[in-house]
Design a protein around this ligand. Sequence first.
Ligand code: ATP
Ligand code: MG
Length: 271
Amino acid sequence: EVDSLSDLETLEVLGNGSGGRVYKVRHSRTLAVYALKVIPCYPPSKQVLREIEIFSSTDSPFVVGYRGVFQNSSGEIAILMEYMDAGTLDNLVKTNGSFTEAMIANIASQGLKGLSYIHEKKIVHQDIKPSNLLVSQKMEVKIADFGVSRMVNISHDPCDACAGTCAYMSPEQFDSETFGASNGFAGDVWSLGLTLVELYKGYYPYLLPGTKLKRAELMWEICFGEPPSLPEDTSENFRDFIGCCLQKESSKRWTVSQLLCHPFVTNGGCN
Ligand code: ATP
Ligand code: MG
């Protein structure tokens, strides 16, 4: 139990996000290690308060553990959480290259269990991507960063979702008239599917390595291009699973509960 920020000693910077800087810290008495996200704005924005409200309501092995919220001497908000000792899937794919199918089946299963948990609590994450999925050495995969998430029953500003990157947003998040207005859950499925394709290919699937697209061109590709697919040398189950996640029409996309029963997940990517 951490009572005060003064009990924590900073070890290193883990990452810099749009929302703030994340430090690796150690509790001086127990020597327990945590991650601490410091959000440099006072008073905290509505968005930050919402992040804390949503994150603090979670408790699942598939969501990064919430350990409390503090205010430092300058009034900044700091969120204490479980430290994930293998970093993000984004860092892993950049340093180790692409993942095997069996590893991706394991990540898919844990990611879906995380989504199933938050969706049951009526939380839409809205920012599922490799840098928001944290990993431990034991290959536990957990959802992090509720910075743009929302409760499904509360009306929202559609611009919120695009606060960060639009790269993992689903077609209906850009154009709900064409691709079907949805409750938002289907958008998280799209983002997870796209993330898994990226882990397999080793690069963001809408862009060949070394190329660039403007935001509007990317949006056009997501809405009107073919969804990314896998090469023929992958298993039928894997290709089918990705096809179910990356249905452009939100009503045709599989739900999390359906995907949890897909053979790619239940067979552990073995055939
Ligand atoms: P972004 O806008 O890039 O999504 P953010 O400001 O919303 O970032 P986070 O995603 O919460 O902030 O964290 C930023 C980075 O800090 C992560 O990409 C990761 O590298 C690191 N990080 C965050 N939380 C943890 C944790 N619990 N354990 C280990 N590393 C973490
Ligand atoms: Mg993040």
